[in-house]
Ligand binder design. Structure first.
Ligand code: ADP
Ligand code: MG
Length: 324
């Protein structure tokens, strides 16, 4: 038998790969429940994301990158609420016990968890088609949480980082687009090891009026903010920060699709009153993260309008939807 598929019991597996000392837990892995204490005056921010092989990631995906990504997408949700990461649980279905895979997967997961002082406090492990489900919890003073419903007419609309890189990497991996080796090296990390904007989310407490993380594409995710806030928005396409590789490709249709509707960027989209502009520009400098004003919040009756450099309206593309 291959060394990497040697027999390991469920409990050895949990102990070896998923049990680490905790920093913020009263009780972590090993009992029937974890025991967690939220600081006085804070509320718990909780979110779950599930990643299924063949749907959210390719079969035979690099396990270390997978460990990073499945936690990163959850951390991104906390970032979008302005919450401090604290705890996570991991529900894992594995087709077999592959210790090499587990070692890499847990290394990727804990490397990111450690950077944000996040404790893995429990989970469930079962045999089945590869599926990874993380529930994450953080804390935030209730009044400072960044909700989707807070955008107001006249607010400026901002986005962090650059857009479309993950979608471009996906199109390349699927063979729909050809990228040279250098271009692939530039976009692949966007798709496989996204950086959750946790520090930015925390810094936006008391500044942003609304926030969301971009998981399904700019227009679709912005649509959630607009609906929940009861407002509209106008975006200047020319102002959108796009991944630098798009400047080389000069492929307008592909670029518009990736930048306006490509998923998996995990940047923060947020709104803030115009008087916050200087403060936000200073945040960009402190966090060494581009923050770009991409448009304005308008009244609900105008809906979402995207205009090109000539002022022409662009078609708003549909974003990803698992069931549409
Ligand atoms: P129970 O049967 O009481 O649900 P389990 O036998 O499933 O407990 O799990 C034993 C302990 O290991 C629990 O504390 C559980 O939270 C933890 N655990 C199980 N799987 C994982 C995992 N993949 N990652 C982290 N902790 C886990
Ligand atoms: Mg269990």
């Amino acid at each position: 038998m291959d060394a990497s598929t040697s027999v390991v019991s469920e409990f050895d597996l949990i102990r070896t790969y998923f049990t680490r000392p905790t920093r913020h837990a009263v009780l972590g892995v090993g009992d029937d429940c974890a025991l967690l204490q939220v600081q006085p005056n804070n509320v718990l921010a909780v979110s779950t994301d599930m990643l299924i092989e063949g749907r959210h990631f390719f079969a035979h995906a690099d396990p270390r990158q997978l460990g990073h990504k499945c936690l990163a997408v959850n951390l991104s949700d906390l970032a979008a609420m302005g919450a401090t990461p604290r705890w996570a649980t991991l529900a894992l279905a594995l087709p077999a016990v592959d210790t090499a895979w587990l070692r890499e997967f847990s290394a990727g997961l804990f490397a990111l968890a450690n950077r944000f002082e996040l404790d893995l406090v429990g989970g469930d492990t079962t045999r089945g088609p590869l599926a990874i489900c993380i529930t994450i919890a953080g804390e935030v003073p209730a009044a400072q949480s960044l909700r989707r419903a807070g955008a107001r007419v006249g607010d400026a609309l901002w986005v962090s980082g650059s857009l479309g890189g993950a979608a471009l990497a996906l199109q390349c991996a699927q063979g729909a687009v050809h990228l040279n080796a250098e271009q692939q090296t530039a976009v692949n990390p966007c798709l496989h090891t996204p950086e959750p904007r946790v520090a930015l989310g925390l810094a936006l407490r008391g500044i942003a009026t609304a926030a969301i993380d971009l998981s399904d594409g700019l227009c679709g995710d912005l649509g959630h903010v607009l609906t929940q806030s009861g407002v509209g928005a106008t975006i200047a396409y020319a102002n959108l920060p796009r991944h630098p590789v798009f400047h080389e490709l000069q492929h307008t249709a592909l670029e518009q699709q990736c930048v306006l509707a490509g998923g998996d960027d995990y940047e923060l989209l947020f709104t803030a009153p115009s008087r916050a502009q200087r403060t936000i520009e200073q945040l960009a400098a402190t966090h060494q993260l581009p923050l770009t004003q991409i448009g304005m919040i308008t009244s609900a009756d105008t809906g979402l309008v995207v205009r090109d450099a000539q002022g022409q309206r662009l078609q708003v593309p549909r974003s990803f939807d698992h069931f549409a």
